[in-house]
Ligand binder design. Structure first.
Ligand SMILES: [Zn+2]
Length: 477
């Protein structure tokens, strides 16, 4: 089902408040059954933990640009129990995805990759259409390379606005939301952005050890400041992360390793990637837990594929009187600390992450033979049309279509669902657009549009992107 959490928005069909369309997320229900320890009273509904497993802080790292030394930094991170996210560009196509830097850095999920634009331009210097393409096409490339969702962004040069041109921040904010990112390493973009509705994008507190030379003294002073004034910092995020560039070599790399070694158990940390943290925060924002019986609760939560990671949800119960707990018959991992019980609730198998992510070329998908797609933009009628034909051997089910458009169009983020598409059937979704926003900044450049289809085919979850580019000449209306 489509859940418009937090507000009763009517944006699902492209009408109503445009910002509400970004709050669409697919949710599903699970049943939690508690077995109380003997002598324990009736349970109150739980809180949703702010950090996974009830830890004190999330700790991560952020390293930018496609730099081979990132592999050395990654090795030192893992040796010291530190994890994180590498923000990559995607200038050149990769001939062999498995040996790409993105796949090597991701590994088996110890680390993850985030978006850093296709070609590392200063986004405010580009027309709105090109800024959108830089973000969207980069995310698609990284997802196809790694077969994992990408939900987190670092702007190249940290640039997202222009003095005396407020339309730049407006357009770039729209481009970020339409690309589907819901985490950004630039805190001010998230917390001091009049164009960004609250609660859509998470962020963190950056602490810099030093890109070339490590200044441990300065690092510890900065991180101690966060701990000392944590009440204020926590209003913005429960994540602390190291950054910015993985340039440390020789002695500097050893200095960085020493900092990470001391940091490992410096506080009660959840060591995570930004992808996990982003998914955890979004999941928390869109989950409801309802008591439905003496010892049963119904959990309604977003699917992992829609969050970008399958990190468990953590429920926080007062007291330590829970003996065991199961969700849909599966035992939940449990931790008891400081008079509380933390239950970690995994996703249902059908609501997990895509196993394969592909992009169609000329309507055909090498990874999903038989699924043929088309994405067209009719400049006469002003409609975007997505078509999917299923001639695969199996029925396609649980389809969720998300169409993303450049900032000059409304709606710019369109979603439609379809429970199943039988073998031989065709599905067509039409999106009527409002007139394109006027002005050179909005209209220059090619209009790049993207459709993301999430689905289950033959029991396996997949994702298929279809993109299309319309030249300015064709788009003149
Ligand atoms: Zn960069």
């Amino acid at each position: 089902m489509v859940c418009l959490s937090m507000t009763d928005a009517n944006g699902a069909d492209g009408t109503g408040d445009a910002t509400e369309t970004y709050r669409q997320v697919e949710t599903y229900k699970q049943v939690l059954v508690i077995k109380r320890a003997t002598g324990t009273d009736d349970l109150q509904p739980p809180q949703l933990s702010k950090v996974y497993n009830g830890h004190n802080w999330a700790l991560s790292t952020r390293w930018d640009d496609s730099n081979a030394n990132a592999l050395n930094v990654r090795r030192k991170m893992l040796e010291n129990g530190i994890r994180g996210t590498f923000y990559l560009n995607s200038r050149k196509p990769e001939k062999t995805p498995a040996t790409s830097l993105a796949c090597k850095l991701t590994g088996a999920g110890e680390c993850s990759v985030g978006g850093h634009s296709v070609s590392h331009p200063k986004l405010p210097e580009l027309p709105a259409n090109d800024a959108f393409r830089e973000l969207m096409a980069n995310r698609i490339t990284l997802e196809v390379l790694t077969d994992r969702p990408v939900n987190s962004l670092a702007f190249p040069y940290g640039a997202y606005q222009a003095k005396d041109r407020p339309e730049v921040l407006e357009a770039i904010t729209k481009a970020v939301l339409r690309t589907g990112y819901h985490h950004c390493v630039y805190k001010n973009f998230v917390t001091r952005n009049p164009n960004l509705p609250k609660g859509l994008i998470s962020t963190g507190h950056q602490v810099v050890p030093g890109d070339r030379q490590v200044n441990a003294e300065k690092f510890w002073a900065s991180i101690n400041k966060i701990r000392k004034f944590q009440k204020g910092y926590r209003k913005e995020s429960d994540c602390i992360f190291l950054g910015v560039h993985p340039w440390q070599k020789g002695d500097a790399l050893e200095d960085l390793a020493n900092v990470m070694s001391d940091l490992r158990n410096w506080d009660d940390f959840w060591h995570c990637t930004h992808t996990e943290y982003a998914a955890f925060v979004k999941q928390r924002n869109y989950t409801t837990v309802t008591k439905t019986g003496t010892d049963t609760f119904t959990i309604e939560r977003p699917g992992a594929y829609d969050l970008g990671n399958d990190i468990a949800l953590t429920l926080e119960f007062e007291g330590e009187g829970i003996a065991t707990a199961t969700v849909d018959g599966i035992v939940c991992p449990m931790r008891k600390a400081e008079g509380k019980t933390f239950l970690n609730i995994s996703h249902a198998a059908r609501q997990g992450l895509p196993e394969t992510i592909d992009e169609a070329t000329a309507g055909k998908s090498p990874a999903f033979p038989g699924l043929d797609t088309a994405l067209t933009f009719d400049t006469e009628t002003g409609q975007v049309v997505y078509t999917l034909s299923n001639s695969a051997a199996a029925p396609l089910t649980d389809a969720v279509l998300t169409v993303s458009l450049p900032p000059s169009f409304e709606p710019g983020f369109f979603r439609q669902t379809r429970p199943d598409l039988k073998k031989g059937a065709t599905w067509s979704a039409t999106i009527p657009l409002a007139d394109e926003q006027a002005g050179d900044y909005w209209r220059k450049g090619n209009r790049y549009i993207a459709a993301q289809l999430d689905f289950i085919l033959d029991g396996k979850r997949g994702r298929l992107f279809t993109t299309s580019t319309v030249s300015p000449q064709l788009a003149a209306r």
